[in-house]
Every structure is written in C-alpha cells, then in structure tokens.
Design a protein around this ligand. Structure first.
Ligand SMILES: Cc1ncc(C[n+]2csc(CCOP(=O)(O)OP(=O)(O)O)c2C)c(N)n1
Ligand SMILES: [Mg+2]
Length: 710
C-alpha cells in the first residue's frame, strides 16, 4: 500500500509547525464566526490541533486541486456545528474553491459554500452533518465500502463528547467493532462541555471503558492546554496515534478511537470551559462580539509569534499528496478495484439464482418474498448491490442473498450482506455511507421499524443520499403480532420527506410478489443505467400472503410501473365505470375482488393500482392524464394511514383541474384505524383486521355501494 506524503523538510520542526498552524486556524475560525454573528466558537477552538495535525501532519490523504479525488481519505465531521475550523483548514490547505473570502462568507446565505453546518457539495466535505449523532454511521458505511471494493482510503470521523450521548453513536460504535472496521478512525473531541452544561452534568459515561468494552482500540491523549510546551506534547501524541491508526488499517481487526482530551474554547482564556454550572458557559453557540474578538486575538497571537511566512507556506503545501504519490495511489487502487470486482463476480457466478416468475395460480405469498428473491438475483448480476437488515434478515428475506454472496466480516471482505444489530438508525446511516461510495445498498426491516430511522431517512432526502429503505410487514395485514408490529404511518411519513413533487424520495408499493420483484429490478437497473440518483428510495412490502395478479390484460406493464400507476382490468366489467377505486399495495386485489363482485350486480368500477403514491399528482402523470375520468367520484383504499394515499389523490385531482380536466372528488379514503380503544386493529388474522377496517373485498364493496347510493 502506498503511504501518504509526509512533511519532507528535514530542518522543519513538524510538531512546532503544527502547533503554530493550529493557532492560525483559531484566528481564521474566530474571525469568520465573529463576522457571521452566529456559530459555535467553543467546540471549534478545541479542534484546532486535530485539524492542523490531520491536514498538515502527513495523516490525511488529499489533493487540494481535486477535492473529490476518489482515492482521497474521507472525513466526516459528525459534530457539524464545528464546521468553521474545518473550513479554516481547507483555506490553509488551498483546497480548490476555498479562499479567505469564502470563509468570511460563513453563514451568509444559502449559496455560500461555508454553510453553518457541513453540507455535502461543499468542496472537501464528505458528509452532511449537524443533526448530532449521525456521522459515525456514515463514516462506518464509507469505511466498509472501501473494504468491500478493495480500496485503501482511510475514513476519519470527528465527534463531540456531548454528541456521544446520542443512541446512534452507540449503534455505530457497536457495529464498527463487530465488523472489525480497522480502516476507520474516530476522534472524540472530549472538551468536557456541551450546549447547556458540562458533559459530566448530563452523562457519566467513561468513554475509554465504554469503547474498550465494545472492542475498539482506544488511545487517550491529553490536550487541555494551549501553552506551547504542553501543546507540543499533545500534538506529538495525537500525530503518533493517527499515524499508528493508519498503519494498523487492514491489520488490526478493530477500529480505533482517539480520545482527544481537550477543553472547550481551548486557547482563549475567557472562552475556555472552566467547570461552570449548567447554563453559565457562554461560548458554546454564541459568536464573539467584535470586542471579544479583539480581546481574543492577542492571546492567540502571543503563542503564534511571527513564523517565517515562506517556511509556513511550504510546510502547508507539503500536507497534500504529491503528483507522484497520487499517481501511485491511483494505479494501486485501480488495480485493486478491478481485481476485487472480478473476485466478486467469480464468487457469485456459481450460484443458481432465478428471477421470480409467479403465475396467477401460484400459492399466495407475501410481497416481501418477491422482493427478497429479486434482490438475490440482482446482487448476483451486479456486485454493487449490498444489503443489511437490523436483525430481521429472515423476516425480510435476505438470507438467500447472504448464501449467494456471503456475509461481510473482517475476514470476508467480499460478503455483500452487512450484518447489523437491532439498530435501525445505524443501518440507515451506514447505507447512506455505502451509497455515497457508489454502492447500491438495500436496508430492510419491518415497515413500522423504519420509523426508528426517521431522522436518517429525512436526512437522506434533504441531503440527497441514495439507498433503498424497504419496509416489510406493512399495514394491519401483519395480523397476529398485533398493533406494535403494524406499519401504517410510513407511507405518509416518507411522502412528507419527499417534497412537493415527490422528487426527494422515490416511493414504491407492490400489489403482489411479482410486482415487488419487478420494482426491485427497476430500482437496481435504473441506478446502474442512469447513475446513482441523488435521493433515497422506499419500497413497501407485506408479510401476509396475497395472491398473484393476472397481468395478461395489461400491455406494457413495465412501462406502466415506471409511470407510477396503472389501470387493473376488472373481469366481467361491462360499459362505462361509475366510480374509480384507487388502491395501493395489498388492497389492490381486495379492491379488484370488490369490483368483480359489483360487476356481477351491474355496477361498474374502475380500479387503479398506485405503485408510487408521490408520482400520481404530477401534471405529466398517467394518473392525471389518462386514468382519472371526468366527474367520476373516487374512493381510495390503502392498508396504511388513510390520508397518505388520500392526500396525493386529492393533489392529483387538483392538478387535473389545473390542466382543464373535470375529475370528480375523493369521497372516501379507506385505511387503517389505530384508535387505541376502538379495537379496529390488533392480534388476529389479516382477514379479520382487514374486515374491521373495511379493507377486505366485502367491506370495500359495501362502501362503494353506499357512495353510489345503491
Ligand atoms: C440531534 C441534535 N440535537 C441537538 C442539537 C443542538 N446542539 C448543537 S451542538 C450541541 C451540543 C454538542 O456538544 P458536543 O458534542 O460536546 O460538542 P462541542 O462541545 O464540541 O461543541 C447541541 C445540543 C443538534 N445539533 N442535533
Ligand atoms: Mg463537547
């Protein structure tokens, strides 16, 4: 493996230069925050030495001319509010796109690159952060992607001590240890304080014990003082620890955490945290005034002195990779990537896997089965497909994928199944990291348990991460397990993350197992053909068994699937329809049965299957253009919270009006009633739960007749 550049000047005192550079970063950082008039000086000041050492101490591999160089090391600043100190390092490193002026535009408006919290798209920023607790999982996903793809980049993540109270940090730490992710190094900014209090006032965890107990390699270094001699010792220890962590990569079998024992506000006496009582420390989230800045700068400058400008400039330049090393790194990684890809293909080639092909007469199955079988097939075809499930691998049908492609462990880096404990947030965040590195990750759990990762899902849509979140066991059809296992809210939740036009989240729900398989194939093939989308994808499946639709009367079925909805022919229907039933998922077939029953009574119903509930409202959608009928009333049917589908169909009706059509109105939205005391859902058969919510064929037919006054 190629090692990164090292500051090469023989005569230069590297540690002293890093110390001086940390002080220069402090000055830039405080000036930017003061100018912005808002920000987090305390946390940023405690990270000055970390940034200086990472970027200029021969640790972090980067090319300032190509900030998104594919073989750069990765850095996730999980405590995203400390962004200005990272930006200051970018400026000093001469990262393309950055300048003092850009830094001084901090927080100015949504166009500036110096956003208040680190945001992807900014040169040098590898992950969007700011909602605390989420960066660790992303860093883990990035590190595991490197291992899977055979690449040698190292992933770093910086976290706050207060931030570490977030449960997801534990989830990610536990999984990183399980996976033996030794190409991953976390740096804990143990500066003793958080927003409203000292960290000891809100948590008594001893990080060294905690991480050791989880199986991490733990290094504690002391850096509470900016006094030059003490700070030199800190920087020396920090640099050695970071060098060691990189050296151990792919050998140690466990991730490293460097607990950097610092002080909040380090280096500016009146900004330092000094065991103030809760509520009394000022400089967490308050920018210095101009007067405070004027008092702070001399304190820093006194330790900085006046370093030789030419020497400093040369030293900073030396932090970057040289063209020679870059070439070697590129060559080595291109070769490794090619070899690994071939190996992944070879491993999978022997397995006999077929794409699902259900016939209408086949035994009913849950749509999850169609999804799981198709996923195994797609993973065989495309080694970019990887999968995880928080301890529900059996329920979500991912065991076959593991059998075919192997389980990812420290001794089996080619496994496409990435095991995960009962940690939905970490699973989702890890998938975001895997997706950022070009893989096609699927994360599956019960539909209801996706809610545990709601912050990650929202984050993925807001910041454009790609992975596929699959919710199986959806709706009240789950049956005997009862209400806590019934996912009914997720379609509405995801829809609300998907933007006005649904462009921030692709949503799919399958009406039968074949449809789940086709959607799975569609998602993978689109990502391969058109490149990874800049948004996540949601697929909703059932646990309970449902029959198979007869698609023989549906021409161009796959094209219709892409359009987001299609008309399902009703057997025995004659003449013009009197009402449109719009259904999604498992209730499509119940609606169809209801329509077939009513057809025998001379009542004509049109049935539309909505595959993507957030596509139908667009003016270009097949639903608006072709499937709505003038004046016909609409009834929506969904095994979910009723307004999810109901709301989008109403949107579609509005859109149709705007383009000059005369659709009828939505008269009823059938869905699941989870009122605590009403006993509409609970343990019992799927049929019974459907019956109680009028989601079964008989219930739907009764509602339709009532609406039509028949
Ligand atoms: C999920 C979440 N909750 C709350 C906040 C508000 N917040 C921003 S910084 C902070 C304290 C962080 O403390 P710590 O991790 O110790 O950071 P540092 O001391 O380095 O500033 C809080 C509560 C947030 N950004 N995200
Ligand atoms: Mg802190």
């Amino acid at each position: 493996m190629v090692t990164p550049t090292m500051p090469s000047q023989k005569k230069v005192d590297v540690v002293e230069m890093l110390r001086l550079e940390a002080e220069r970063l402090r000055i830039l950082d405080l000036k930017a925050i003061t100018k912005a008039g808002s920000g987090h000086p305390g946390g940023t000041l405690s990270l000055a030495e970390v940034m200086s050492t990472l970027f200029f101490g021969g640790i972090f591999r980067y090319d300032p001319q190509e900030p998104s160089w594919e073989n750069r090391d990765r850095l996730v600043l999980s405590e995203g509010h400390t962004a200005p100190i990272l930006y200051s390092a970018f400026v000093e490193a001469g990262l393309k796109g950055w300048s003092i002026e850009a830094l001084m535009d901090l927080r100015k408006n949504p166009d500036v690159i110096a956003q208040g919290h680190t945001t992807r798209g900014t040169p040098g920023v590898d992950a969007s952060t700011g909602a605390l607790g989420m960066g660790g999982s992303k860093s883990l996903g990035m590190a595991l992607a490197a291992r899977y793809k055979g690449l040698d980049y190292h992933t770093f993540c910086i976290m706050g001590d207060g931030e570490s109270e977030e449960g997801q940090v534990y989830e990610a730490a536990s999984n990183a240890a399980l996976m033996g992710a030794d190409n991953l190094t976390w740096i804990l900014n143990r500066n003793k304080a958080q927003q409203t209090a000292g960290t000891q006032d809100l948590s008594h965890v001893r990080f060294e014990d905690w991480y050791k107990a989880m199986g991490w390699n733990v290094i504690v270094i002391s850096g509470e003082s900016a006094e030059p001699a003490k700070n030199r010792d800190y920087i020396t220890a920090l640099r050695n620890a970071l060098l060691q962590a990189k050296k151990d990569a792919r050998m140690a079998g466990r991730p490293t955490i460097i607990i950097a024992d610092t002080l909040k506000g380090k280096g500016v006496d009146f900004m330092e945290y000094k065991n103030q009582k809760p509520g009394e420390y000022k400089f967490h989230g308050v920018a210095p005034t101009n007067e405070e800045l004027a008092r702070a700068l001399p304190l820093i400058e006194a330790r900085l002195g006046s370093p030789d400008v030419a020497e400093m400039t040369a030293f900073l330049k030396d932090g970057a990779v040289t063209p020679d090393v870059k070439r070697q790194v590129n060559e080595a990684n291109a070769k490794a990537l090619k070899e690994r890809r071939q190996k992944l293909i070879d491993i999978r080639s022997a397995a006999k896997v077929a794409f699902p092909a259900y016939k209408p007469t086949d035994k009913p199955v849950g749509t999850r089965v169609g999804f799981g079988n198709a996923l195994t097939f797609m993973a065989q075809q495309h080694p970019e497909v990887v999968a995880t499930s928080p301890d529900l691998q059996d329920s979500v049908h991912m065991f076959d994928l593991e059998k075919m492609a192997g389980r990812q462990t420290k001794t089996n880096p080619t496994g496409a199944y990435f095991p995960e404990g009962i940690s939905e947030s970490d699973a989702a965040g890890k998938c975001a990291g895997l997706g950022m590195e070009g893989l096609i990750p699927f994360m599956a759990t019960f539909d209801n348990f996706l809610l545990e990762a709601a912050d990650e899902l929202q984050h993925a849509s807001a910041f454009g991460s790609f992975y596929v979140a699959v919710g199986t066991h959806s709706g009240c059809g789950v049956g005997p397990d009862g209400k806590s296992q019934m996912g009914v809210a997720m379609p509405a939740v995801i829809d609300h993350f998907s933007g006005v036009n649904g462009e921030l989240f692709d949503m799919y729900e399958a009406a039968d197992a074949q449809e789940a398989a086709e959607i799975t194939r569609l998602i993978v093939e689109q990502a391969i053909r058109e490149g990874r989308p800049r948004h996540p994808v949601y697929l909703r499946c059932t646990r309970h068994n449902i029959g198979h639709l007869d698609r023989s009367g549906i021409p161009d079925y796959l094209k219709k699937l892409v359009e987001g909805s299609y008309v399902v022919p009703v057997k025995g229907a004659k003449g013009a329809a009197e009402l449109i039933v719009v259904a999604s998922g498992a209730t499509v077939q119940e609606s169809l049965k209801a329509a077939e029953q009513l057809a025998t009574e001379g009542i004509q119903i049109k049935v539309v299957n909505v595959v993507s509930l957030n596509k139908i409202q667009k003016p270009t959608s097949a639903f608006v253009r072709e499937q709505l009928e003038d004046k016909l009333p609409l009834v929506t049917v969904h095994d979910a919270e009723p307004n999810a589908l109901g709301h989008r169909v109403k949107d579609a009706v509005n859109t149709a009006r705007q383009i000059g059509r005369q659709p009828g109105i939505v008269v009823r939205s059938l869905g699941v009633n989870i009122t605590p005391l009403a006993a509409h859902v609970g343990s019992g058969s799927s049929e019974e739960n459907y019956r109680r919510n009028q989601l079964d064929a008989a219930g739907i037919a009764a509602v339709l007749k009532q609406v039509l006054n028949k």
